[in-house]
Design a protein around this ligand. Structure first.
Ligand SMILES: [Zn+2]
Length: 195
């Protein structure tokens, strides 16, 4: 797959984006089980964590990785009005190009230091969600990675239709067949917004 990003935008995946279950990088898609390394399918990581200290999260609330194909399907299954509202919210609040320029020479950890929307670190004990886009054992530094505090996530949740919230909750139920540790992680939180 050809990806339209310069080679220097791909870097090693920092440990904060590894799976908490086995302390290794994510290997398979939560939804279709495709192996990321073998298939060379790009994939997205979402982790909800509390307390980031020295580039490490003190606790993980939930985590998963999905291949781009499954993420797109999931996104398309959300209601159109929800998708439009989230896209508008992003457009109003986030200036990805300016952010990328400001961060391009910064340490990797700077990318997730401040909330993408609120421009501040998470408060003590405040949950936040981390997002990354990867290919094989490399992570892209472009629009991703970013961190969103629960304050901003709550604002986004208010924009979602009842139908979309049902789908997101159903997503959590559908993937309870996985390993018990994963089930436990998903039950604690579950994806709130699949971006
Ligand atoms: Zn998949």
């Amino acid at each position: 797959m050809q990806l339209p990003y310069p080679e220097e935008a791909w870097k090693e995946i920092p440990k904060i984006f590894w799976s908490d279950l086995n302390q290794l990088p994510f290997q398979t898609c939560l939804m279709c089980n495709t192996n990321f390394e073998e298939s060379q399918q790009p994939y997205l990581i979402e982790k909800a964590v509390k307390g980031i200290v020295g580039g490490q999260a003190l606790s993980t609330v939930f985590e998963y990785a999905v291949c781009l194909g499954c993420a797109e399907q999931m996104n398309l299954s959300l209601s159109e009005s929800s998708r439009i509202k989230i896209a508008q919210y992003f457009e109003t609040h986030i200036h990805f190009n300016a952010r990328r320029e400001a961060l391009q020479d910064a340490e990797q950890s700077e990318w997730i230091k401040n909330c993408l929307v609120k421009h501040r670190p998470p408060r003590e004990q405040e949950e936040c969600q981390l997002y990354a886009f990867c290919l094989g054992d490399k992570m892209l530094y472009h629009e991703f990675p970013y961190m969103i505090t629960s304050e901003a996530l709550d604002e986004m949740l208010q924009l979602l239709s009842a139908k979309t919230l049902d789908i997101l909750n159903g997503f959590k139920d559908d993937f309870f067949d996985g390993p018990p540790e994963l089930k436990e992680l998903l039950e604690k939180g579950g994806p709130k917004v699949l971006l």
